[in-house]
Design a protein around this ligand. Structure first.
Ligand code: SF4
Length: 733
């Protein structure tokens, strides 16, 4: 193909001889972009493009989506099951029957020796919803351990917990279309251009049309902060104080929406009493934002016709993560900004199917936002699955962040990890390494054999990747979209659904239950269980989902029968005629007293350690570390450091330093930039043996999510040759 008239500077694009474009949904982040994969005559995926008439991305893809077709044959994929008795030994190749047989016999041995809960399962936000639902059925209904969670505890647990506390249920109430209606947007600890580039594009387009104020709350000058009208460089860990102070101003100046508060909420008087303590003059000294700015933002927000809060890990990954989410919900409720166009409290989710696991995996309860604590829910699911409801625990067991300490103390002896890599993603990885070494039996199920955690495994189950299987994802705005199968599973890999079913069949209990092997049959079970629930999707079918480029729930069977077409977008929860999920239909305004319990810099460890994402990479680089352009643009970890303090310390750009925390140390290359203040350093979290060697990860008491972003470190200079050697060794691919 030839573009342009200037023959001297002709740009040619290689003809990839694409025979067919097939629909799917991007498998990286929770934006949920509709993607088409081009395959050649031999059926080989050779290109990716955005789907033009998809409401979410309108033909666009980010750097990760553009190269997604390269994933299928990327380096490091597992190609057959592997077994060994000791993780120090080399692997032996195995058949699927032997591998799943070994998994089942070890689960049975551990449970009969130490008790049902001595075996734990930790899943992911990456697999298809049909896989999540089936894993939940297997774990809750067959294996019967209560120590079952997802790695979403590291990213979204605080949002889930905060929504449940405020509204009585999880479920983000807003949608992307809200950007097109809002009159004021506050982004809390969210760097959209790097984390969710296509959501950023939607927000930016809307802002350019309507010129609403964008206020960014973040201690670092992120890309989003660079584009903001106001940037509030908050002291880490003090978001709740700022939220209380904004509410203080709103109530002090009578800017709240009393009609909305009276009709839709409980707890106003208690909240008012608490926020009275947070006058801007006092708060300014704690959170580092001057009092006039606090007042100005409060007025901008409360006087806007419609105002929205969005947030990501800056709020969630904190000891006050759940409170931070409740604080944002409080702000929205006080000003009547829930359920209306442009007025919302929207958590921007992380992984492509973090929402799917929240809805259907049974990690924190039972499917369809049901809880273990509710006897009716246990009864309902027991009947549907043909499991005695008494078999279910009566309250939730351990979260992922409690499972690892329980391995340390010997309470848990066996662990099954599905699509997650704690050796890179958990805080304090030196401790995680020792923990994994203590396990009697570790199963790693992943598409890649070279994930760091596999070094400690006894069985490796190679899973088919993303569009080597069929099923659904749910995105940030509750849109269920379909991943169509583009090609057969690689080598001797199997779909997660197949693996879960094969393991279920090894247990007597599964004989009286149904474990459908077709994704559409599993989806039908979910549709039935969703009827009448907040997440009702009984009107959806795979074909309808594809035709509409994803459908937001709720979309009911009645609507489908009446021929009501699914909305293109713009579907919200708790709209004016709607009710919240508490029994009385009202939301809760919850007072949030602040206790400063984080690790903070001191004389010995004088720098804040902050972490976050890069646009090129996804999570622990299991995939993007193997994709040529993603890795080329960002091949090595680095540490952002303020040039003024670096000058004082004699540290130069692109030299190596040793960072030391109370946990461990890490060698990292310095990048001098004024993005960070003098007392802070920032490191991307994607790299093995790097930032999470240093993090403390104190836990939020409600959500059990770790505080990745509030640790203290010191910087030491280091011999450059030695440092380069250490760095090279740590980064073999
Ligand atoms: Fe995929 Fe997210 Fe990029 Fe969209 S924004 S292409 S969903 S990684």
């Amino acid at each position: 193909m030839l573009f342009g008239r200037n023959k001297k500077n002709r740009i040619t694009i290689a003809d990839k001889k694409i025979e067919k474009w097939s629909y799917s949904t991007c498998g990286y982040c929770s934006t949920g972009c509709s993607i088409e994969i081009g395959t050649n005559k031999e059926g080989k995926p050779v290109s990716s493009r955005g789907v033009a008439n998809a409401d979410v991305n309108q033909g666009k893809l980010c750097l990760k989506g553009i190269y997604e077709h390269e994933l299928f044959e990327s380096a490091g994929r597992g190609n057959t099951p592997l077994i060994r008795n000791d993780f120090h030994n080399p692997w032996n190749e195995s058949s699927w029957d032997d591998a799943t047989g070994k998994v089942a016999s070890e689960i049975k041995r551990i449970q009969s020796t130490y008790g049902r809960d001595a075996f734990a399962v930790v899943s992911t936000g990456q697999i298809l919803t049909e896989g999540f639902y089936t894993l939940g059925k297997l774990t809750r209904g067959v294996i019967g351990t209560n120590n079952y969670d997802g790695n979403t505890t590291l990213c979204m647990a605080s949002a889930v917990s905060g929504y449940k506390r405020s509204f009585g249920s999880d479920g983000p109430p807003g949608c992307y279309e809200d950007f097109e209606h809002t009159d004021c947007l506050i982004a809390w600890g969210s760097n959209l251009p790097e984390q969710h580039p296509i959501i950023y594009w939607r927000m930016k387009e809307a802002q350019e049309k309507r010129n609403f104020p964008l206020i960014v709350v973040d201690p670092r000058v992120t890309m989003l902060a660079q584009n903001a009208d106001m940037h509030l460089t908050i002291t880490p860990g003090t978001d709740v104080i700022l939220q209380n102070s904004l509410m203080h101003v709103i109530l002090d100046e009578g800017l709240e929406d009393q009609t909305y508060i009276k009709a839709n909420t409980n707890g106003f008087e208690d909240l008012k009493k608490e926020v009275e303590k947070y006058d801007p003059t006092t708060v300014a000294k704690i959170c580092g934002i001057d009092e006039d700015t606090i007042r100005h933002v409060a007025r901008l927000y409360a006087n806007a016709g419609a105002a929205m809060n969005i947030w990501t890990m800056g709020i969630n990954q904190s000891t006050h993560g759940s409170d931070g989410v409740v604080g944002l919900n409080n702000l929205s409720l006080l000003t009547g900004n829930i359920g209306k166009k442009g007025g919302t409290s929207l958590s921007i989710t992380g992984q492509c199917n973090a929402m799917g696991t929240r809805e259907w995996s049974s990690c924190s309860g039972l499917p369809g936002y049901r809880t273990l604590e509710n006897p009716e829910h246990r009864e309902e699911i027991g009947k549907f699955w043909n499991v005695d409801p008494e078999f279910f625990p009566k309250k939730r067991g351990m979260a992922q962040t409690d499972i690892f300490p329980a391995i340390e103390t010997g309470e848990i002896k066996g662990l099954w990890l599905v699509g997650t890599n704690p050796m890179t993603s958990m805080p304090n990885t030196a401790r995680i390494r020792k923990t994994l070494e203590k396990l009697e039996f570790l199963i790693v199920q992943d598409s890649y054999l070279d994930v760091e955690t596999t070094d400690y495994a006894h069985v490796f189950l190679p899973a088919a990747l993303w569009a080597e299987k069929e099923g659904c994802f749910t995105n940030t705005e509750r849109r269920v979209n379909i991943v169509r199968k583009i090609k057969e599973p690689y080598a001797n890999t199997k779909t997660d659904l197949h693996i879960f079913n094969a393991i279920a069949q090894q247990f007597e209990q599964s004989k009286k239950m149904k474990f459908p092997d077709k994704p559409a049959d599993v989806f039908n079970e979910m549709r039935q269980l969703s009827k009448g629930r907040l997440l009702d999707m009984s009107g959806m079918t795979y074909d309808l989902i594809e035709k509409n480029r994803g459908i937001q729930w709720p979309y009911t069977e009645e609507q489908a029968k009446k021929g009501i077409a699914p909305p293109k977008g713009g579907k919200r929860l708790y709209t004016e005629d709607g009710v919240f999920s508490y029994l009385d239909g009202k939301a809760k305004l919850i007072p949030l007293p602040f206790i400063n319990n984080n690790e903070v810099p001191d004389e010995k460890y004088p720098f804040w350690l902050n972490s976050g994402r890069l646009v090129e990479h996804f999570h622990t680089r299991t995939r993007t570390g193997k994709i040529c352009n993603n890795n080329k643009f960002s091949p090595t970890p680095f540490m952002e450091m303020n040039p003024d303090i670096a000058l004082e310390m004699g540290i130069i750009h692109q030299s190596y330093v040793r960072l030391v925390s109370r946990r461990s140390d890490a060698v990292v290359m310095v990048m001098l930039t004024h993005r960070v203040p003098r007392n802070m350093v920032f490191i991307p979290f994607h790299f093995f043996d790097c930032v999470n060697r240093l993090t403390l990860g104190l836990l939020d008491p409600h959500s059990r999510q770790p505080a990745f972003k509030q640790s203290a470190v010191r910087i030491e200079t280091i011999n450059q040759e030695e440092a380069a050697k250490i760095n090279k060794e740590a980064r073999k691919f």
